[in-house]
Design a protein around this ligand. Structure first.
Ligand code: HEC
Length: 251
């Protein structure tokens, strides 16, 4: 009996519990696709700071407008910074051959990055740029060392340095809400427009948005799941009443 119970428990565990693992990244982020305000802020940040280089090949502006409840005219006038129409997929503004020449590597399409790498990875990547003179971009990254991506969010975050070999904690202004061991210690040396907490929350919004982009059908599934449960409850009630009705004559 015990064994069956355990087996059932294992079956009931979410697949993500197994999918985790792989590379370990310093920070953790739980995506919340129910938080529409966060998704809208993430979309805005993406269009302003990322769409210059990165495309979202599998996503259309119109779909985002619909899913995130952004009026189409707001989308067209404020968020569509690349050329294109509301029905188009989101193309980076930069031709990829030239980008490859400038950065040494073409900026990849980000449609599926959240599915490939996970929310924790993207969140950590965006928090982990630090100053490094030896790099052509002037920065390096803890999560993807020697990355070709410049610190495009520095106007918001400011610049931080990586402090090696220190075991003290609590002075990590650039991030690090203490979990696990061996997380990098950053020190902010130049302020950006946002303070560290605001920056983390902005990066959370961006990550949330990229998780949504990776699987927009999740939104539909959430609302569908709710409807199905309501239907099942109603149906159970009906079936019960019907049963009582039938058996009344039998007794
Ligand atoms: C100036 C161009 C540029 C901008 C703007 C830019 N990136 Fe990048 N990004 C790159 C390049 C180049 C790479 C490839 C890095 C490498 O492989 O070394 C990259 C890689 C990435 C990756 C890793 C993808 C993978 O799976 O390897 C993520 C995630 C990412 N960028 C997110 C963002 C986000 C979010 C923004 C907006 C805040 C952004 N990028 C803005 C140039 C850019």
């Amino acid at each position: 009996m015990m064994r069956q119970l355990l087996f059932a428990l294992v079956l009931l565990m979410p697949a993500s519990a197994f999918a985790a693992g792989g590379e370990s990244v310093p920070f953790h982020f739980d995506a919340n696709l129910g938080n529409q305000a966060s998704l809208q802020r993430g979309a805005k940040l993406f269009m302003n700071y990322c769409s210059g280089c990165h495309s979202l090949e599998y996503m259309r502006y119109q779909r985002i407008a619909e899913d995130l409840d952004i009026p189409e005219d707001v989308m067209e006038n404020n968020l569509m910074l690349t050329q294109g129409k509301i029905h188009d997929t989101i193309q980076g503004t930069m031709p990829s051959e030239e980008a490859a020449e400038w950065f040494g590597k073409a900026p990849p399409d980000l449609s599926l990055t959240a599915r490939e790498r996970g929310a924790d990875w993207i969140y950590s990547f965006l928090l982990s740029f630090y100053l490094d003179d030896s790099r052509p971009t002037g920065v390096n990254n803890v999560v993807m060392s020697n990355t070709a991506m410049p610190a495009v969010l520095a106007p918001l975050q400011g610049y931080q340095v990586l402090e090696h070999g220190e075991d003290g904690h609590g002075d990590a202004e650039g991030g690090g809400e203490g979990h696990g061991g061996g997380e990098p210690q950053f020190k902010l040396v130049q302020d950006g427009e946002l303070n560290p907490a605001q920056y983390r929350s902005a990066v959370g919004d961006l990550t949330n948005f990229l998780v949504y982009v990776g699987e927009p059908a999740k939104m539909v599934r959430y609302s569908l799941g709710f409807k199905v449960i309501v239907f099942l409850l109603l149906f159970t009630g009906l079936a019960y009443m019907l049963k009582r009705e039938f058996w009344r004559d039998v007794h």
